[in-house]
Design a protein around this ligand. Structure first.
Ligand code: GP9
Ligand code: MN
Length: 658
């Protein structure tokens, strides 16, 4: 009799409902960890941590429902739904970015919402309903078996909370044991999720963002001194052979969307080259082609690449600098050249507010911004996905470029080779790949299309006579094919599987620099996007000694031979660090002596830390390079062409005091 009563009590209590909710939620999260997120689990402790980390979150968040005595179940279901939604958003995001959503990314989504929709749909599937299955089960249980549960006399919240915190501290203690300073060296989100779980990570991220915001307020002018000292000790002097070789020339930058280095000289099974034009540049002997050049972007993708190239500072470890730090003081390449008599302009076939560019470009010192309002966005076939297709983009840009006063510093941001890489019928007759992975297969077509657009652009520049007066820099902004596509990528590269070292090397994006009258050739030195500004400024005859920057001139004999990634890993000639593990660069094998990566790793951490201070604390406001006039964003206005569809170029810089 008594036994039955107890069973009944157990069955009918909120606590049982809670236990079921925690259990289902735990299993579901664990399945997501195993199936979607590639967290690099390497030992039993990590396996154990991964298995237990959803429990503390489940206990804590679902336990909040006990704060209410009356609506415990209802609230628990709502919390479960919110958490499920968060998990699912992370899953969809991870499928493309191999990364987790952060607070700044959410802010970005707000400003870019419409444009991101089509990519997101490609990343979802019907079977994803699984990630909401526990919510559905809980609703059913609440309406049936648990319909008439008795409300508890005391809520029990305190006990549950205490239990959740204990489990969490146990989790954190073990995690810190496996990876000391987990929370203070939080460059890599994969680590945080692996050790603490996707939900706790979100909380950590929120706290971190609040902290970063308050950092600016706390900073003072003495904080820049350390950075200046570091800068002086790492400065790479220019190579006298190249210094000033492009003095007074125009500058034309082209950002090649999602373009990875493995595509150079890549042949389709039928023998066709994918990017014959870029391949010809790589081999013409008059262009520098850097084949060991790495992207260093974070969550800001294209915009991070722009930031790196023009400031020689690293982007943020979470979120985009363009969105979160657009009010900072910068001493960017456009501003430097602007003050040396250059006209600076940027061309991009999307609207000026996209990625907050209109705000950031003012701080960078861009005189003119030819955004979507200057292009014919309504002509059928002109636009796809993120904006103007590359061929009409360059066709419409050239007449505007011709009007820009010389010498100019200009940047063209291509878009066609963007995920999901699908082409409109008739845009290319190039064959798709045959790996069976649609995204990878389409990548060949869109890359080929971009290559054709670049060829046409170069032909036009030659016709105009601009080619002989301009230094032209082309760079792949970041990877296009994430680790989610590595099964197909193994086929593409003809290897059994993509190893960690191959993964690091797939982060190579090509860099081309063409300087009229200067011999080029293939360059094997290791470098990253942060290194381009000093390289360019030295070619233009401007010594970067007095600027706060972290890059090192690629053409200098003293150029350092490593490049770091935003997550704290790095590549060097001897060793490569991937996910915190040390590999031999040549054999690709794990180093027996794992401490071999330590010396460079320490520099990497130190440098990222310094750069983060500059950006988070807005330290450049305390330092003005000699001869440089601080940028006043109010001097710039991007008004768009006068009248509709009238491609009229105007000087958009409004002189101060007018
Ligand atoms: C284009 C670009 C979008 O405006 O910023 O591309 P992404 O950053 O996703 O590579
Ligand atoms: Mn991009």
């Amino acid at each position: 009799m008594e036994k039955i009563g107890l069973l009944k009590k157990i069955k009918n209590s909120h606590l049982t409902f809670f236990a079921i909710a925690v259990f289902l939620f735990w299993i579901k999260t664990y399945v997501a960890y195993q199936n979607v997120f590639k967290l690099g689990i390497s030992d039993n402790l990590q396996k154990f941590l991964l298995a237990i980390n959803p429990i503390s979150s489940a206990l804590l968040f679902l336990g909040l429902a006990f704060l209410s005595k009356k609506h415990t179940k209802k609230i628990m279901i709502i919390i479960n739904f919110i958490l499920s939604f968060l998990l699912y958003a992370n899953i969809v995001y991870y499928r493309f970015f191999s990364d987790f959503i952060t607070v700044p990314v959410l802010m970005q989504a707000k400003s870019n919402a419409g444009d991101l929709g089509s990519s997101a749909a490609n990343l979802m599937s019907f079977t994803d309903v699984f990630y909401f299955s526990d919510t559905i089960i809980l609703i059913i249980l609440a309406l049936t078996i648990f319909k008439k549960v008795v409300s508890p006399k005391r809520s029990g919240f305190k006990m549950i909370f205490l239990f959740a915190v204990t489990v969490f501290l146990f989790n954190l203690g073990l995690a810190e044991k496996d990876r000391p300073q987990l929370l203070s060296r939080s460059f890599d989100r994969n680590y945080l999720v692996k050790y603490l779980g996707a939900y706790n990570f979100t909380i950590f991220d929120i706290i971190q963002n609040i902290e970063a915001t308050s950092q600016r307020a706390m900073a003072s002018s003495s904080d820049i001194t350390n950075i200046e000292n570091y800068r002086n000790s790492t400065y790479t002097p220019p190579n006298p052979v190249y210094f000033g070789k492009a003095k007074g020339m125009n500058v034309i930058y082209v950002s090649m969307e999602s373009f990875q280095n493995f595509m150079i000289d890549y042949r389709m099974p039928n023998g066709q080259l994918v990017t014959p034009f870029l391949d010809s540049l790589a081999h013409d002997g008059n262009t520098f082609y850097f084949d060991h050049f790495y992207h260093q972007t974070g969550q800001g993708k294209t915009s991070d690449a722009e930031f790196l190239m023009e400031n020689s500072l690293y982007p943020l470890s979470s979120g985009a600098v363009f969105i979160n730090k657009d009010q900072n003081t910068y001493q960017a390449a456009p501003a430097i050249l602007d003050q040396k008599g250059y006209t600076t302009a940027v061309f991009h076939g999307n609207y000026k507010t996209f990625w907050n560019r209109n705000s950031m470009y003012k701080q960078l010192g861009y005189d003119q911004f030819f955004d979507a309002s200057y292009f014919d966005m309504t002509k059928p076939g002109n636009v796809k996905n993120y904006g103007m297709k590359d061929i009409p983009f360059f066709q419409e840009s050239v007449p505007m470029l011709e009007q820009v006063k010389q010498p100019f510093y200009t940047k063209f941001i291509t878009l066609s080779n963007h995920f999901p890489f699908e082409m409109d019928p008739g845009d290319t007759n190039f064959p798709a790949g045959n790996t069976g992975d649609q995204i990878v297969d389409d990548y060949f077509q869109s890359a080929h299309y971009m290559d054709e657009a670049l060829k046409q652009f170069f032909d036009q520049l030659k016709k105009d006579g601009l080619y002989d007066k301009s230094i032209i820099i082309l760079y792949g902004d970041h990877y296009g094919l994430s680790s989610a596509h590595y099964t197909a990528m193994a086929k593409v590269l003809g290897v059994p599987k993509i190893t960690p070292v191959m993964d690091a090397k797939l982060q190579q994006t090509p860099l081309f620099i063409h300087v009229p009258g200067v011999k080029g050739g293939v360059q094997h030195q290791i470098g990253g996007e942060v290194d381009v500004r000093p390289t360019l400024l030295h070619l233009l005859g401007i010594d970067t000694k007095n600027y706060i920057e972290f890059g090192s001139d690629l053409l200098s004999p003293q150029h350092r031979d490593w490049a770091l990634f935003r997550n704290g890993d790095f590549v060097s000639n001897k060793v490569i660090q991937v996910s915190g593990k040390c590999y031999d660069s040549n054999t690709g094998n794990l180093m027996t002596d794992q401490s071999s990566c330590k010396p460079i790793n320490n520099q990497v951490i130190n440098e990222l830390d310094m750069s983060d201070k500059v950006v988070n604390q807005d330290l450049l406001r305390f330092y003005t390079p000699p001869g440089f006039k601080p940028v006043n964003p109010n001097d710039y206005q991007y008004l768009g062409p006068k009248g509709k569809n009238q491609k009229q170029v105007q000087t958009t810089k409004v002189p101060t005091g007018e």
